[in-house]
Write a protein that binds this ligand. Structure first.
Ligand code: PAF
Length: 285
């Protein structure tokens, strides 16, 4: 497995691979890799000749400096995990200087409102940071396909919008959420939970499952109130938001419309550890 720290040798290797008509897949990550990431890599390996995993903790997408500081950085372990997964992978693990030069700042994007709600509303500038780094990675690596997890469903829709707006020729592939045995969505942040917190945090998914059940018969308002009540006095979790939104526009539901599909989204804290999850509410999706 080859590890590239600099973009020029990587770009030369990509050029050579493309000259042999190889399909290039990109799995962008911030490292602290877990089975969820590996499932993206596996999907990428199934449809691409060459898979590149980028590992970079992107400073411009963190609104909270403490969160950035505490974000796990485990490059040697990440490389080992990837080596065990396949010998055919390339890793791109650049420095901030390699990607941003002296100017670590975000471009400003208009994602047609997708960036204004949920994560965008609670984490100011987050999606400008994500848009900036994803666009940069696409420009450097020029992948044919890029793989993103549905756990960050809003991010996935924003990356699709980025492609629509920039015209970059990258096919975006959304991959299903991988869960721990208790249902908790796999996340690098789970590493910071102790055993008890990890167990208790599965409440997020249990709640989403119940929401899916209620969605068939109850109004959105009823479900909102029900969810808020479930989190009140929870011993470990603090609800930041709960939303039911249109899958395509991410607009809050007013009333269910035939033909539209919806997802329910939760963000909650365990101390200062922020967890997010979501669930498709329509089976046809
Ligand atoms: O989902 C992530 O890990 C990050 O937001 C991404 C897409 C790698 C951009 O830094």
């Amino acid at each position: 497995m080859q590890v590239f720290k600099e973009k020029t040798p990587l770009q030369e290797a990509i050029k050579a691979a493309k000259s042999k008509a190889e399909t290039i897949g990109l799995v962008p990550t911030m490292g602290a890799l877990h089975q969820g990431h590996l499932s993206l890599v596996k999907q990428a390996l199934e449809v691409c000749d060459r898979v590149i995993i980028s590992i970079f903790v992107n400073p411009t997408q963190f609104d909270n400096p403490k969160d950035l500081e505490k974000y796990p950085r485990t490059l040697p372990e990440d490389i080992k995990l990837l080596e065990e997964a396949s010998s055919n992978l390339w890793v791109f693990a650049p420095t901030a200087n390699e990607l941003y030069g002296d100017n670590i700042s975000s471009e400003q994007f208009n994602f047609d409102g997708l960036e204004q709600v949920m994560e965008g509303k609670h984490r100011k500038g987050h999606f400008d940071g994500v848009g900036t780094i994803v666009k940069r990675l696409f420009e450097i690596i020029t992948p044919h396909k890029a793989f993103f997890g549905e756990k960050d469903f809003q991010q996935l829709q924003i990356v699709r919008k980025l492609i629509e707006k920039t015209g970059l020729p990258v096919e975006i592939i959304g991959c299903p959420i991988l869960r721990e045995d208790n249902g908790l969505a796999r996340s690098s942040r789970n590493e910071r939970l102790n055993t008890n917190e990890r167990e208790k945090a599965s409440f997020i998914y249990q709640t989403l499952l119940k929401v899916k059940e209620l969605f068939g018969t109850k109004s959105a308002e009823y479900i909102h109130n029900w969810v808020k009540e479930q989190f009140t006095n929870h011993p470990v979790l603090k609800l930041e938001y709960f939303e039911i939104a249109d899958t395509r526009t991410l607009e809050k539901i007013n009333r269910k419309r035939k033909g539209n599909t919806y997802r329910a989204f939760i963000a909650a804290y365990v101390d200062d550890i922020r967890l997010i999850d979501n669930i498709a509410l329509n089976n046809e999706e």
